[in-house]
Design a binder for this molecule. Structure first.
Ligand SMILES: [Fe+2]
Ligand SMILES: [Fe+2]
Length: 139
């Protein structure tokens, strides 16, 4: 069984240090969550890591959105909706875990991994490309 759910490689890098460092931290949190999951840690443990993960991810989203507003990013609306949708979904999952109506599965882990990596490579790289084309350097 693989130890890490996500192995960070340069292909996930968007080229802005502040954003890359935040993405790496989210990856680390998802890997911690995965480690707890494969060690069959109690739901309470998973739930608290998940809560921290959502909190930090939300902070990261706010960072990106601050730049969208500042530089009038053309796809702001859709990108903010994607962020919001993720937070709503993961928060609901965390609540279901808390009230015992759901348990963590490989599907949950794969969803977190796939969502994050797809979002970075498609949506985040899109705003970075637009910013770079307009000579905007956010860091
Ligand atoms: Fe984003
Ligand atoms: Fe991001």
């Amino acid at each position: 069984m693989q130890k890490k759910l996500i192995n960070w490689t340069d292909k996930y890098s968007v080229g802005y240090d502040e954003i890359d460092n935040q993405h790496k931290k989210i990856v680390e949190m998802i890997n911690n969550l995965y480690a707890s999951f494969i060690q069959s840690k109690a739901d309470e443990v998973i739930e608290s890591i998940l809560t921290e993960m959502v909190k930090y991810t939300n902070y990261h989203f706010k960072t990106e959105e601050k730049y969208f507003d500042k530089y009038n990013y053309s796809d702001t609306k859709l990108h903010k909706e994607q962020h919001h949708g993720f937070v709503v979904k993961v928060t609901k999952f965390r609540d279901d875990l808390k009230n015992g109506s759901l348990t963590t599965t490989y599907d949950t882990m794969n969803f977190l991994r796939d969502w994050l990596l797809t979002h970075i490579q498609d949506s985040d790289k899109k705003y970075v490309t637009e910013f770079k084309n307009n000579n905007i350097n956010i860091v």
